[in-house]
Design a protein around this ligand. Structure first.
Ligand code: CA
Length: 505
């Protein structure tokens, strides 16, 4: 699993931006889900849904703030109890240590891209190098040296990349800085077809992305330019913010002298370009400049993930493990790569609602198949448990994907899925909302400090540019979907009372 990996940045889904031959192997040799989604598009809550098989309002991890409730049963505990050797390496972001794993090495909180610190079962450690390579080294080392080869295993290999602030390795930064990427059609969306939530969200590349933290512009460069306006306008803070000296290029500050020297070769070029060209740019040109910088860094981190996924797949091949190992690749949610002018996630709109999902299971899943069924991260736990012939607890809320994996799609009856996002007011200011999505439509209710509904026609308007909730032509659809939405809320035990409870904290 990776963190914030947009399906647009996997070539098995989309060829426009990057080639990911290693991740694609999983799809080519297994199944790719084109309509996989999350129930709540934000990091730690999504992980909690994956581990518990329960919606956020049931497992309690509704936002990134509070620690995970460790009394919740997670699927690794069930694997461990069933005699599997279990392990977890990389990013968890729960505020506490994982349960049900025999071995773990996890990043504290968000973790660092460069020379990261890890929390271990026995002791904490700092490992020199680039985080994506290190998580893979640790993973392969466990498979090779620590695994009990007489037992089956369940291992979670969890990348921090490509999470913000998108710090590549020095080599990938140099390589990707030379590339130019196609802009999405909706880069300059003015949100006129949508409601208040889209208009007030603070995740616009031009307006909210930060020179230093995100675009790798040095504080010295900005100071020498004098008249560059800080671009961050927080509604929440009501003031313009410029990070203090310790907030500059955080990951870079962790680098040793040798690493800094390598980074500086490219950082010099970026800063020279910014200093020479930024002052004379129009807003449109600034948007384009920041978009390119963003894509160069984001995709460079993905390129490392892809290389390293290849290393793990190669290890499985070389050690005769591929035939009898289920390999799953997914992310904790999708991400905006400039669509609607945005970065980040959180919304029920497609780029953040959907998540990559591909599964390889030799001799069970036919190689190279695709499914457009409405599956969710909620379903993973029950799927893995059924695959391992372990009984899932009755209170898990997902559905096993095994019928789809076996090509018995007629046994899969779900038509629509439920979504609920909570983290507001908070960073990026995406309003609280819940909704229902099926293959054809998406109905959303934004609440808390607004009471607004949106309906999107997924077939006629796949880029979700026009809210048709008040269009009389859709009145029957609205009526039908509203009823279905409330049926789903009932089915999953969500309610107005719970919404209020979480608002009250
Ligand atoms: Ca994430």
């Amino acid at each position: 699993m990776s963190d914030d990996h947009a399906y647009q940045a996997i070539s098995a889904y989309d060829q426009r931006l990057i080639q990911t031959p290693n991740i694609d192997r999983i799809a080519n040799e297994g199944i790719l889900f084109s309509n996989a989604s999350v129930t709540n598009s934000i990091c730690a809550p999504s992980r909690a849904v994956i581990l518990t098989g329960k919606h956020s309002h049931i497992n309690g991890k509704i936002d990134n703030g509070k620690p995970f409730d460790t009394t919740q049963v997670t699927f690794p505990q069930l694997f461990q109890k069933a005699g599997y050797q279990t392990a977890m390496f990389g990013k968890l972001h729960f505020g506490n240590n994982p349960k049900g794993v025999d071995d773990f090495l996890i990043l504290p909180g968000q973790g660092s891209y460069i020379n990261p610190k890890f929390i271990g079962k026995e002791k904490d450690t700092i490992i020199t190098g680039y985080v994506t390579d290190i998580i893979t080294d640790v993973t392969i080392n466990w498979l090779d040296k620590k695994r009990d080869k007489t037992k089956p295993f369940m291992m979670m290999y969890l990348h921090k990349a490509p999470h913000r602030p998108w710090w590549p390795s020095p080599e990938k930064l140099a390589e990707f800085y030379e590339k130019e990427f196609p802009e999405p059609e909706t880069l300059f969306d003015d949100y006129s077809g949508r409601g208040t939530a889209a208009k007030t969200a603070e995740m616009n590349i031009l307006t909210h992305m930060q020179y230093m933290h995100d675009s790798k512009v040095r504080p010295q460069t900005l100071e020498s330019m004098g008249d560059v306006k800080p671009e961050i306008k927080y509604i929440r803070g009501e003031s313009v913010v410029r990070p203090g000296p310790n907030g500059f290029m955080g990951p870079f500050n962790r680098a040793n002298e040798d690493q800094k020297r390598k980074y500086n070769v490219t950082l010099d070029k970026i800063n020279k370009d910014f200093k020479e060209n930024w002052p004379s740019m129009s807003d449109k040109e600034k948007m384009r400049w920041k978009f390119q910088r963003y894509m160069q860094d984001y995709l460079a981190t993905i390129s490392s993930v892809d290389d390293n996924v290849g290393r793990v797949l190669d290890y499985l091949d070389q050690n005769n493990l591929s035939e009898n190992t289920i390999v799953v690749y997914t992310s904790d949610q999708g991400f905006y790569l400039g669509e609607h002018g945005w970065y980040d996630k959180r919304f029920i709109y497609d780029e953040s609602f959907k998540t990559p999902l591909m599964i390889r299971w030799p001799n069970k899943i036919k190689p190279g198949i695709t499914s457009d069924e409405m599956v969710q991260n909620l379903d993973y736990a029950q799927t893995f448990l059924e695959a391992a012939m372990i009984e899932a607890p009755n209170d898990m809320q997902g559905e096993s994907l095994i019928p789809i994996l076996k090509g018995e799609d007629h046994k899969w009856t779900r038509k629509s899925v439920y979504y609920h996002y909570y983290e507001y007011p908070s960073v990026h200011m995406v309003k609280r909302h819940y909704g229902i999505v099926n293959k054809d439509f998406k109905l959303v209710h934004f609440y808390y400090d607004v009471d607004e509904w949106e309906l999107y026609d997924r077939n006629k308007d796949p880029k979700e540019m026009k809210n048709v909730y008040n269009d009389p032509e859709y009145s029957e659809i609205v009526e039908e979907l509203t009823k279905d939405l409330y049926d789903l809320r009932k089915k999953y035990k969500d309610s107005k009372e719970l919404d209020q409870k979480f608002i009250n904290g």
